[in-house]
Design a protein. Sequence first.
Length: 345
Amino acid sequence: MIEGLATFPMTLMEVCGTHTHAIFANGIRALLPKTIKIISGPGCPVCVTSQSDVDRMIWLASQKNVVICTFGDMIKVPGKGGSLAVARSMGSDIRVMYSPFDVIEWTRQEKGKEFVLVGVGFETTTPGFAATIKQSKALGIKNLSMLSLGKTVPEALRALAQSGEVKLDGLILPGHVSAIIGLEPYEFLAKEFSVPGVVTGFEGFDILSGLAVLVKMIAEKKPAIINTYTRSVRPDGNPTAMSLMGEVFDKSPAVWRGIGTIEGSGLALSVEYTGFDAAKRFEMPNFPDEEPKGCLCGKVITGAVTPEECPLFGVSCTPSDPVGPCMVSGEGTCSAYFKFRKGLR
């Protein structure tokens, strides 16, 4: 069906790190006609975290009596002055959490230390951060603050569509994020930009089924937002999670690596929870947003180039010695290309 409809060149973008790897792992590209090109977009929260925000984490780690709490993917992301991994090797207390709720127990066990929760993530992980902060306030925890670096996907997609830097014919929309926010936040893509989108799951069959629907919409010039991941995604998403997010966070500007500042795409702690804001608790210096020399991670994130077009890829930038976050994160595009590069076409 796909081959019969894809009679002209189509550029499709996926915006989920799990999709990036699943498309490679299932050999999807090899099954598609040559008229279809799949590129990766800003679907990895670690990768889109700005260089200045990485440097802020490293600075916080250097402060006396401060404990940095983060998911594992952030540990090796290089900043201008090293990384959290380097900071830990020099004596900083940096802990990998499996859930934000881990931090609550640590704060209660070690009341003499100041814990900083690094809040990197999209809508998928934001409810967990929100619940942690809400519970911490209810428990009267005083030695916890949060560096709130959460971001929202629809606003980034609008910025990409408006920029025109990459011509997109269709979008493979993220299943996990959509399970939280539902379908309505994507409707502007079809209505304002005539770009269709399909929400898919992560199995090979899920992706191919979604691609068939997407290609059909493109071929027939009938843009819409369609959900093919109905077993996990409801049209209205998860209203309870969205309500919790709305209580704890307010929309704010946020700096995205490779894109710049996007209004309304950030998640700042609301007035009720501003006492947990690490940016207010610590007098942090300003850090510039400078990409590592030669690194094209910012362009990879927006789909402007593929990892193989970066001169550092697989040479001076590898998973064991990364230059940019796209090679560090398990959801990063460069990481996926490196792992599956024998299967590229």
